[in-house]
Structures are given as C-alpha cells and as structure tokens.
Design a protein around this ligand. Sequence first.
Ligand SMILES: [Zn+2]
Ligand SMILES: [Zn+2]
Length: 297
Amino acid sequence: MILKSKGYLSTDLSSDYAGGMWAYIGREKSPSSSVNVRAIEAIRYKVVDKIKNEILEEIEESKAFFQVYDGAVYMNQGKTFLVKHLDLSSRIAWCQEADVNYYTKTRDFTVIHVIGSHIAYPARINNDQFTHTTAQKHVCKVTTTWFGFRRIWRRSNQVLDTVELSLPDYTYESQTAVEASQYSFRGGLHAAGHAILNVVPLYIICNQSDIASECANPHDNHYVPERILLYDPHPGGTGISAKVQPLFLELLSSALELLSSCHCSGDAGCPNCVQNLACHEYNEVLHKDAAIMIIEV
Ligand SMILES: [Zn+2]
Ligand SMILES: [Zn+2]
C-alpha cells in the first residue's frame, strides 16, 4: 500500500464497510493554507417565489442552468417548486410551490478546449514513465451546452419523458491539468478521470466541487481527444488543478491502487472507485477494467 506507507492514508478497520474506509490523514491540515479562495462569481440568477414575491436563493451563473429552467423541479429547504419561467434578461427564475411526484435532470454536455496546446504534450517514455510528471498545466475554455431535460418519477427513478430545452451556452476560462493517453476508449478515459478525482482529496484538501474531470458524453459522438483532463469547474479556476499537475503521476498510481483494490464487479464500478457523484453525465459510459489498462500503460 503505497499510500499507507507514505502516511497519507489510513484504513479504518473498525468500519464494517467491505475493505474498510479510506480517510485522508496527510500533513496539510488547514484548508485555508492550501486552497485559493474560490472565485466569487459576480453574475447570479435569482430564484423567486412568484406567489410570495420572495427570493429563495441566488445561484452562480455557471451553475444556474443545471438547476433552473422552464419546467425544472427546484428544491429549496425541503419544499418543491416548479420553475414557471426563467427570464434570461433579468436573470430571474420565477417559481411556484408545487406538489409533483417527479424530479428533473438536465441533458447537457461540456466541452473543454485546452488553450495554447493541441497535441503538444511530450510523449510518455515507457521505461521511466514514473520518474517525472508528463501532465501539463494549461488555461482552458469550458463550454456547457444544455439541450433538454428529463422528468423522472421520484419513486421508481424511471424516466417519465424528455423535454427539449433552448438555453444559451455558457463558457468560462479556467485552468486544467492534462495527461495525454495512447487510448481513445471513452469509457476507460472517463472512468480513469473519475478514479483520479476520487484520490485527489487524499493529497490536496478541497471540496468535491473544486475539481472535475472531463466526462464522456454518451449521447455525443464527436471527437474526444485522448487524454485524462482535470479542471477547475469555476470561472477563473480554483487553483486546484495547478496543485494537481505536479502530483499527477502519484495520483495515477494511487488511482490504480484504488481501482485494483476495489472489489466491486462490473464495468460501471462503484462510488468508491470509478463513479463520481458530481459527474454531469450521471456516470454513464464507464469502464473500470479499461481504466486500469489506461493508467497502467
Ligand atoms: Zn468499485
Ligand atoms: Zn463523469
């Protein structure tokens, strides 16, 4: 156990969870010394209760369209609201309390364009690949497109129907750490990205929302570059991917350790290894064994 021997990880044997729980016990104890203050977004959308004329919440621009759009079911303090109208010009989502037995999930995809680099990553050298990091730090442009949403029965999680949505794309600049891969297998790259995300908190104190991986969109067959890419999912960046870049090879080897020690079965893996709760693609198109192969190379 590389991580255990380095003192980063402890396995809590008192836990009855199969294999025990892994917990961060590294040296960096104070988040304030290690994480940049998150960029505060100036533009926010107001969620307003139409009947009471009361502001329920303000949502950062980069997150707004995931939560509020015409027909969205929006939750606030245990109450369920239906978004009646999202006014893009005034940035107000007009809502009304509603008794509905479904929830909604957007259908969207995010494209990450690495700026100042095409395939300019150095090739990995086979015999000393673990002696230096080959991951590159870059500025990137993150663009999310929303094309619809699903209404899903609360009780059964069955899709009730799919609704089209027309919203403007949202683009912001951020920072990324990219590692080139020889493989283009989408499910494997997606799973490898998640596995690395799952080990990042063992090295760097951060919130799950401070770092994201490039996720393969199952409904989109345009070209996806052969790479494992982590980025800061906030306009301007959080500084986490910059901290990730020099650690990339260590992260790859702990991700490999995580994947090969996880006893779950099936390509889709489990939340302990290749699944990620924040995945915008709802953990579709994941392949655990392919991820092991990609990281091992
Ligand atoms: Zn697993
Ligand atoms: Zn994902």
